[in-house]
Write a protein that binds this ligand. Structure first.
Ligand code: GUN
Length: 284
């Protein structure tokens, strides 16, 4: 059997069209969602992501501001910018691209972002609300993962989901969102003893470990939905996921490609969060 491809690119385009329609409706009320993106330094990967966020935001008709700051920017200067963006009414969403240079404490910066403008969903209050199950701005990549699983038509309730990776950005929030969908969740990580055995029990397998082509068919239950969050740059310049696609697709029921899987969803969920923040701040 060969798995059905889950095209994140196509799903992202559909969601983007929905967002564009809502932005149009808001424009008729004189409202324009505003997104500020802050990049400190010249990390090549971050530069690509920030350009892509700027482009999408502008194309959707958002008010878009991008701050490209020198790598030598002090923590105080960055916090001053964040505080200024917190106060400004035309800004609904603030995203500080990570990683930050070593001399800046990421936690201090994330904590400084106004909770209602935290479109990354990284602020401890938004993380706490996610744990409790209250309304919060959801982290973009995990929200995109859940959306892709929904689009396969699979009912998540009662299914066994295995999440490989326990990062704050992906693994932990994905596991919480899967629980919210009433899946039974197992979390695996670098110290898990019997990972392949656990992984082979997964009806839904989400992989976010940052190791190219690590998960092959021997980790996959026949018919499983496999979501690959990995984005690894190989020596030959090509992008590879954490899942060995050619091997896993022979066993899985549905599988995401890299590129064109989770990646396009992350940006569109960021735009969706900005739209949500813009509406909430105006009581809509
Ligand atoms: N760096 C890698 N992924 C992300 C993300 O989702 N948000 C931010 N702010 N930085 C990142």
């Amino acid at each position: 059997m060969t798995a059905a491809l889950i095209s994140g690119k196509q799903v992202a385009e559909e969601i983007r069209a929905d967002i564009a329609r809502e932005v149009q409706e808001l424009a008729e009320k004189g409202i324009k969602p505003g997104l500020a993106v802050v990049l400190v330094g010249e990390d090549p990967g971050s530069q690509v992501y920030v350009r892509s966020k700027e482009k999408t935001s502008t194309e959707l008709g958002f008010h878009s501001e991008v701050y490209r700051l020198d790598a030598s920017t002090s923590q105080e200067e960055l916090l001053a910018l964040v505080n200024d963006l917190n106060r400004r009414d035309e800004i609904d969403g603030i995203l500080v691209q990570l990683p930050l240079p070593k001399h800046i404490e990421e936690k201090a910066v994330i904590d400084a972002i106004a909770v209602e403008k935290d479109v990354d969903g990284f602020h401890p209050v938004n993380v706490g609300n996610l744990v409790i199950g209250d309304d919060s701005l959801l982290p973009c990549t995990p929200a995109g993962v859940i959306e892709l699983i929904k689009r396969t038509g699979m009912e998540m309730a009662g299914k066994h989901a295995v999440v490989i990776g326990r990062s704050n950005i992906v693994g932990k929030p994905v596991s919480l969102l899967l629980q919210r969908e009433n899946a039974t969740v197992t979390m695996c990580h670098s110290r898990t003893a019997n990972m392949a055995e656990l992984s082979r029990q997964a009806d839904i397998l989400v992989v976010a470990i940052g190791r190219a082509n690590f998960i092959d068919a021997s980790y996959v239950k026949p018919g499983a939905v496999v979501i690959d969050v990995g984005m690894n740059r190989l020596d030959n310049g090509k992008l590879a996921g954490d899942v060995d696609f050619e091997s896993a697709k022979e066993v899985a029921g549905h599988i995401t490609p890299v590129p064109g899987g989770v990646g396009p969803m992350t940006i569109v969920m960021l735009m969706n969060n900005t739209l949500t923040a813009a509406k909430r701040r105006r009581g809509l």
